[in-house]
Design a protein around this ligand. Structure first.
Ligand code: DP6
Length: 334
């Protein structure tokens, strides 16, 4: 029996990944930059390979996963089996620490943990950088969850994708004043998943090439602001990049609308709070869904939470600090 267990946390990008230059190899159009969240948004995964298994099986939070989920995991494991030159089928057990039904289920933490557990179980001793090269096949953003703190995913230049890996910019210890206040506004899964949505944008959005041009400048400002820990420089760039990605989504055909009226109320409230205070107290960012992530400083998190609590449609608020990259455990799920 070959078995291993890995734990990975979710990450929330501040310079977003939206669009591939090569779909098959999952090579993005632009570099992206994220913070890895603490253990509140975590996936623990055990992978077990055995000669007796006839097909891959997947269990999530003690329940048998849907055929769609199982196929996605099985397709990913094919890539790992090919690398290890081993044909064994597997049983995969996965548990999320996310609050149940919060619409926060994350393919980033899931595929980072799966990449770690499956390769370790098959005896491939990969570095985090090498794991990030594999994780992206399951989910692009998973490439960034191998590392803790602030992480950059390099788009790379090579056609074979061998330079398309992630690396840490700053460890979480240097980000101890940073918080992500998450406002849950909808609990359902998104209608059009990111991978499918970004393909539609690449094929149809006229704004996307402009966005990609703008990313480079924002990326440099953001990296500089993170290294020097300057929230006043970081905050406007975070909001600009989120706005830019959602404009591209809307500009696509069919138009992709992920934000809802509550998301817009949150955007307006944060803008108002910032302008009243004549400095940035919070910076909003949204992925392919209506739930808000408000980056803020520790000293301002109470004020952000009290503003969010007053907004119609906000169902739950979760405060996250910055967290760790992948780690392995000897306590297996089964
Ligand atoms: C909007 O391909 O990683 O979150 O379809 O959930 O696997 P899944 O997503 P993925 O795309 C993530 C896109 C994003 C922005 C980001 O995280 O950079």
């Amino acid at each position: 029996m070959r078995i291993a267990t890995a734990i990975a946390n979710s990450n929330i990008a501040i310079i977003k990944y939206w669009g591939n230059r090569n779909d098959e190899l999952v090579l993005p159009l632009n570099n992206s930059l994220s913070f890895t969240m603490d253990d509140r948004l975590q996936t623990k995964t055990t992978v077990l390979f055995d000669e007796e298994f006839t097909e891959d099986e997947l269990w999530i939070n003690d329940e048998k996963a849907s055929e769609e989920e199982r196929t996605r995991v099985s397709d990913f494991l094919e890539i790992i089996r090919e690398k290890a030159k081993i044909k064994l089928k597997s049983k995969v057990f996965s548990e999320n620490s996310f609050p149940k039904g919060a619409g926060l289920a994350s393919s980033a933490s899931a595929f980072a943990a799966l990449a770690g557990a499956s390769t370790k179980a098959l005896g491939l001793n990969l570095s985090n950088k090498e794991l990030s090269l594999f994780a992206r096949f399951g989910s692009g953003s998973a490439s960034r969850s191998l590392f803790g703190g602030a992480v950059e995913w390099n788009k790379g230049e090579k056609q074979d994708g061998s330079d398309c890996y992630s690396e840490q910019i700053i460890p979480k210890e240097k980000l101890s004043n940073l918080r992500n206040i998450i406002a849950i506004v909808e609990r359902k899964e998104k209608k059009i998943g990111s991978r499918k949505g970004m393909k539609i944008s690449v094929e149809t959005s006229k704004l996307l090439p402009k966005r990609v041009e703008g990313v480079e400048k924002r990326l440099n400002i953001a990296k500089d602001a993170i290294i020097n820990f300057n929230f006043q420089k970081l905050a406007p760039v975070i909001m600009e990049d989120s706005d830019s990605m959602h404009q591209v989504m809307q500009d696509s055909s069919p138009s992709l609308v992920y934000l809802n009226p509550t998301s817009h109320r949150i955007i307006n409230s944060i803008k108002e709070l910032n302008s009243q205070n004549k400095e940035y107290l919070g910076a909003y960012t949204f992925d392919a869904g209506p739930n808000a992530h408000i980056y803020t400083l520790d000293k301002n998190s109470k004020e952000i939470i009290s503003v969010l609590k007053e907004i119609e449609g906000v169902q739950e608020i979760i405060e996250c600090s910055m967290g760790d990259g992948i780690r392995f455990s000897e306590s297996h799920l089964m």
